[in-house]
Design a protein around this ligand. Structure first.
Ligand code: NQM
Length: 376
């Protein structure tokens, strides 16, 4: 039987990469769609040798894009997180990096048309119902990929993709502070581990995170991602903390979920506001996720979080200012987010703006065995 060929483009969005599909080219039924995505990426297998996945969570991602009929919305984006060694397809969390490639993909595949020198579209991320206005460069009606914008974690420079998130509080969790507090003390008890207690901030402004001081876990928070990934005892303790904190956050059993992301914090080293090491959740990110950075920035502006006494805030981040830019340091540089807040309540972020770049890497067809799906 011939394999099934599915129209597909491979794009880098920010510091992530993956195949993008038009929704109409994939099976309508979610269970069959998930089997197709697993076969396309080659999961489960550590090297994803029988698929196009990149053998890392940041390159085991899929974008599914469609035009929208909803008033005020141009495009709908469904993000799917796969894992090299698992047969899970998780469509519950967001991904702000893959989001950066949605408009370039939609323009390249004819879902929308360029508007002029720049084109702005409102994209609804279906995973959590989050809206963002995304602006890309489109001189002469074509997506421009070359430019001078630089983001840490990606070599070289590219054309800017400007993202403005509009409503991120409580994406997967019920609210921004899902435990009802800016800080909780958790005593972690798990089989085979000596019990330990530490302060955490559980917060979700686009991505559920558990923030805690690196020093409370016996590390500095300045280690490289590779060093932290090699620290098996640290990873066991972080996972035990994650499973327990998720219950407090109302997320239930997250053993098969990719959140909450576990974020170690330490004082800034390079003029930023804070240093982070982000486990996503079992591998330390080489940088930090987009919405993870937005969520860290939000925690920095809230009184009473574990960031107090660790962070160094810029002058414009005091609670009276309506907008401030916060630099979140990570293993390969920094991530700046500009947060606009409600003047009546600095904890309410009304708009989060940030810069990404994206690039179309390949277009064609991805092939899956006909036994997985026979095609439309
Ligand atoms: O937080 C990694 C990434 C992400 C997600 C992850 C992301 C975000 O860097 O918005 O972008 O947390 O798995 O792509």
């Amino acid at each position: 039987m011939p394999q099934t060929a599915i129209s597909c483009m491979l794009l880098r969005g920010g510091t992530s990469k993956g195949p993008f599909f038009r929704a109409e080219d994939l099976p309508r039924d979610a269970a069959t769609r998930d089997c197709v995505l697993l076969a396309a990426l080659g999961s489960p297998h550590a090297r994803q040798i029988d698929g196009v996945g990149g053998a890392h969570p940041l390159t085991s991602k899929v974008g599914i894009v469609d035009r929208s009929d909803r008033p005020g919305v141009d495009l709908e984006f469904l993000f799917a997180q796969l894992q090299p060694e698992k047969s899970t397809v998780d469509t519950t969390p967001n991904c702000g990096n893959m989001l950066a490639a949605v408009v370039p993909f939609a323009l390249e595949s004819g879902l929308v048309r360029a508007q002029g020198e720049t084109s702005t579209f409102r994209v609804l991320t279906l995973n959590t119902g989050m809206a963002a206005d995304i602006t890309v460069q489109t001189p002469g009606g074509h997506v421009e990929y070359e430019g001078t914008a630089r983001i840490d974690g990606v070599p070289g420079t590219g054309a800017p993709v400007d993202i403005a998130f509009l409503d991120t509080a409580g994406s997967v969790c019920a609210s921004l502070l899902p435990t009802g507090r800016a800080r909780d003390t958790v005593t972690v008890q798990a089989e085979g581990l000596a019990s330990f207690s530490l302060d955490v901030t559980c917060i979700d402004n686009g991505m559920p995170l558990v923030l805690f001081r690196a020093s409370d876990m016996g590390v500095s928070g300045l280690e490289s991602a590779a060093e932290l990934n090699a620290n098996a005892s640290l990873k066991r303790r972080i996972e035990a903390l994650r499973l327990q904190a998720a219950q407090l956050m109302g997320l239930g059993d997250v053993s098969a979920k990719n959140y909450p992301k576990m974020t170690l914090i330490a004082p800034p080293q390079h003029g930023g506001a804070i240093t982070t090491r982000s486990f996503i959740p079992h591998v330390c990110h080489d940088a930090i996720g987009v919405l993870a950075a937005v969520t860290v920035g939000t925690a920095l502006r809230l009184p009473g979080t574990v960031c107090e006494g660790v962070a160094r805030l810029p002058a414009d981040a005091d609670s009276s200012s309506a907008s401030c830019t916060l630099s979140v340091e990570h293993p390969t540089g920094e991530f700046s987010v500009t947060l606009q807040t409600d003047p009546a309540d600095p904890g309410v972020v009304t708009r989060a703006a940030l810069l990404r770049t994206a690039r179309l890497l390949m277009r064609g067809e991805v092939l899956v065995p006909a036994s997985v799906w026979g095609g439309a």
